[in-house]
Ligand binder design. Structure first.
Ligand SMILES: CC(C)(COP(=O)(O)OP(=O)(O)OC[C@H]1O[C@@H](n2cnc3c(N)ncnc32)[C@H](O)[C@@H]1OP(=O)(O)O)[C@@H](O)C(=O)NCCC(=O)NCCS
Length: 188
């Protein structure tokens, strides 16, 4: 992987995050747009089942704008936005949206089909959640996932999140509305 995010280190305060040998979380950056777009396009059909943003066509300019916005939000300390990189290849995304006022965070994530069912998601999202708590200031990490998204719900269970309830009709998808399951993990 090329780009400013790949250099991490001093300029970005200790990033990328090493999850385990060969697996790391790199800060999202607009330079990553071509590789990120290729990954998104290869997985768009399966992601469109669960991710509202994936139900519309993607473009290089749109992805670049998104990544630039994420990088700005990192500087503003409102997002921890990562690309999941396995053996030098982008294989997914995991992010935490930070609310400094409430001391809470909400995570989002997806991985490509080629690593689904291998534990890469669990290791990466586990590292993200640990990082959110370790950096201080966050008492609660929340995740919301469609009630019918069994893989995502199993992942959250395995990461020690607790199911708190269902928000009815909480997400808009084309032609339907979706009930969302709310999960949370509390510091300590
Ligand atoms: C949700 C999502 C991230 C879950 O990914 P995942 O790969 O199923 O999750 P995990 O990393 O926990 O992998 C679990 C599987 O890997 C297996 N595995 C293999 N080696 C493993 C290891 N070392 N550690 C953990 N699990 C391992 C587990 O046995 C499990 O197998 P199973 O699928 O037969 O139950 C993924 O399905 C996805 O991206 N979906 C599309 C987008 C989406 O739904 N996003 C969430 C919106 S809220």
């Amino acid at each position: 992987m090329t780009g400013a995010a790949a250099t991490g280190g001093s300029a970005t305060g200790g990033y990328p995050l090493e999850v385990r040998p060969g697996l790391r979380l790199e800060l999202q950056h607009p330079d990553l747009a071509p590789e990120y777009l290729a990954l998104v396009e290869a997985n768009l059909e399966r992601l469109a089942r669960w991710e509202p943003w994936a139900t519309v066509p993607q473009s290089l300019s749109g992805i670049r704008t998104y990544l630039a916005w994420q990088a700005q939000a990192f500087v503003a300390r409102t997002q921890l936005p990562f690309v999941i990189v396995l053996d030098g290849q982008a294989v997914g995304s995991c992010t935490a949206r930070l609310d400094a006022t409430e001391g809470t965070a909400e995570i989002g994530y997806w991985v490509g089909a080629e690593v689904e069912g291998t534990g890469v998601a669990r290791a990466s999202i586990g590292a993200l959640v640990a990082h959110v708590f370790d950096r201080g200031g966050t008492a609660r990490v929340q995740a919301r996932t469609a009630v019918g998204n069994d893989r995502s719900r199993t992942l959250l269970d395995r990461l020690g999140f607790e199911f708190e309830g269902v928000q009815r009709s909480a997400q808009r998808m084309p032609g339907r509305r979706v009930d969302m399951a709310v999960y949370a993990k509390i510091a300590g």
